[in-house]
Design a protein around this ligand. Structure first.
Ligand SMILES: Cc1cc2nc3c(=O)[nH]c(=O)nc-3n(C[C@H](O)[C@H](O)[C@H](O)COP(=O)(O)OP(=O)(O)OC[C@H]3O[C@@H](n4cnc5c(N)ncnc54)[C@H](O)[C@@H]3O)c2cc1C
Length: 452
């Protein structure tokens, strides 16, 4: 495994500005109490999707008469990490990474992950309806388009293999021929592809709404409070001492929702979860210029490992990111790089003219990049998230390492750790895919998927 620039990354102080954070929520820099409480039943570290989901599930609408005390510490502003900087693409993976899981762990375990991801579509739909969350949740088809004939053929064979296993979710997958990929998906040079159900949303609005509900039900939210370290041992009373920039807080239970930055407070994860920097943009057509509306979401594959994701917002703007193949050979730009304060030199101009050169119907659109930003993903060495009890640390739970693919994974992972903290249920009882369980074996990974 290559040496990372920094295996103990704290969230940096400055950051590039994502489109999603252009209009901020009143809780963005909130501190519920002027000082930190000296102790708490449950401490959540991290105010992104995982922390927000855990907080939301710790404060159900019909909660116990005496709910536990819960404090959430966020190093920077609310939802200022990967969740506030992502592509907003809620796209279950039906067959892409499944081949890796299948090869390593067998069909049953691989299918569990797929079903779990698909279940997020209904979960998020129900959540948004139940809590009346204004986050532009939209469902559509996702077009998975291949520009490389060889890659397309290999994927086609795998899709056929999955179909032959009589997996019901494969009924949703439609094949697109070269003509269809060019005429229906409008992608230049497309060799073919697939389509299936997916969605998109405004992640910052979802997360701030969940946190607002939790705060209204008793959560103590403390932004701008980085955790510097967690004590090695519990006190005689069973509390973990946690050192922050604003003093020490003692917690009976801790939920690490720290994703890319996990190893700063839990160094045992330094080989398992590596911070990796990525790039995203918001592109707008010129005022009054002609352009073709693209209601579907996209993954455009330029070749093995060369991937661009894209959603269309209702106002005609496009959120598009990825393109890591442009800078992949320059490890310092992304691997072990937790600095979302700057762009990525080699790719800064990649998205200029992207829509015009990629899609039929955008030639005269005068589309321009209006926002460009970076974010840091928590890549896991074996491509799987780490969820469950931190090995050898009773009362410490983790939901982290969601790679570049958290939207259809994190919500129920956050719910699971909340249940583990609140009701002391075991990982097995949460219903999460078995492969997600964190373990001491996974802390010393045999795979190095990030660099392969
Ligand atoms: C550019 C980019 C594009 C992406 N696009 C997509 C996409 O379209 N679809 C998709 O499914 N996924 C996408 N992802 C991945 C997805 O955003 C993540 O998997 C998901 O948001 C992870 O949520 P999280 O809560 O675990 O992490 P985060 O949102 O990063 O939250 C972790 C939080 O913990 C805080 N924290 C960390 N350490 C400490 C500490 N010591 N003290 C206090 N606070 C701390 C951080 O400041 C941060 O706010 C993308 C990611 C990036 C960066």
């Amino acid at each position: 495994m290559a040496e990372s620039k920094n295996h103990f990354p704290q969230p940096p102080t400055g950051s590039t500005k994502p489109f999603w954070r252009t209009s901020l929520h009143p809780l963005d820099t909130h501190q519920t109490t002027p000082n930190l409480p000296s102790e708490t039943d449950i401490l959540i570290i991290g105010g992104g999707y995982a922390g927000a989901s855990a907080a939301y599930h710790l404060f159900p609408e019909n909660q116990a008469a005496t709910p536990p005390s819960v404090v959430l510490l966020e190093a920077r502003e609310l939802c200022s990490g990967a969740t506030g900087r992502n592509g907003g693409h809620l796209r279950p993976d039906l067959y892409s990474i499944t081949s890796k899981y299948l090869e390593r762990y067998g069909l049953e375990a691989a299918v569990e992950v797929v079903r779990f991801e698909i279940s997020h579509i209904k979960e998020i739909t129900d959540l948004v309806a139940r809590e009346e969350i204004d986050c532009e949740l939209t469902f559509t088809r996702s077009l998975d388009i291949y520009l490389d004939e060889g890659e397309l053929q290999r994927k086609k064979e795998f899709v056929e293999y999955l179909r032959a296993q009589n997996l019901d979710f494969m009924d949703d997958v439609e094949y697109l021929s070269e003509t269809e990929a060019q005429e229906k998906a409008h992608v230049r040079d497309a060799k073919g592809g697939f389509s299936f159900s997916a969605g998109h949303l405004w992640p910052y609005k979802l997360i701030t709404h969940l946190i607002r509900l939790a705060v209204s039900r008793g959560l103590n939210l403390q932004t701008h409070t980085p955790v510097l370290s967690i004590g090695e041992t519990q006190t005689a009373e069973g509390f973990w001492p946690v050192t922050t920039s604003r003093g020490t807080i003692h917690a009976r239970k801790i939920i690490l929702a720290t994703n890319a930055f996990t190893s700063a407070v839990a160094p045992q994860y330094s080989k398992a979860i590596i911070p990796c920097k990525g790039l995203c943009t918001a592109i707008e057509p010129g005022p009054g210029a002609p352009y073709r509306r693209l209601p579907e979401t996209y993954a455009i594959r330029h070749g093995p490992g060369a991937f661009i994701y894209q959603i269309s917002r209702h106002d005609g703007s496009i959120i598009v990111g990825g393109a890591s193949y442009i800078f992949k050979d320059d490890l310092g730009e992304w691997y072990g790089n937790s600095d979302d304060g700057g762009l990525i030199g080699k790719a800064d101009t990649y998205f200029d003219g992207y829509m015009q050169r990629t899609f039929f119907g955008w030639e005269d659109s005068r589309a321009e990049v209006k926002h460009i930003w970076t974010g840091v993903m928590g890549y896991s060495a074996d491509s799987l998230p780490h969820v469950g009890e931190v090995p050898g640390k009773p009362g410490q739970l983790i939901a982290a390492g969601f790679n570049g693919h958290g939207m259809p994974v994190v919500f129920l992972s956050g719910k699971a750790v909340a249940e583990m903290a609140l009701k002391s249920v075991s990982f097995g009882e949460t219903g999460l895919p078995r492969l997600f369980e964190t373990s001491s074996a996974r802390l010393d990974p045999v795979y190095d998927d990030i660099l392969e």
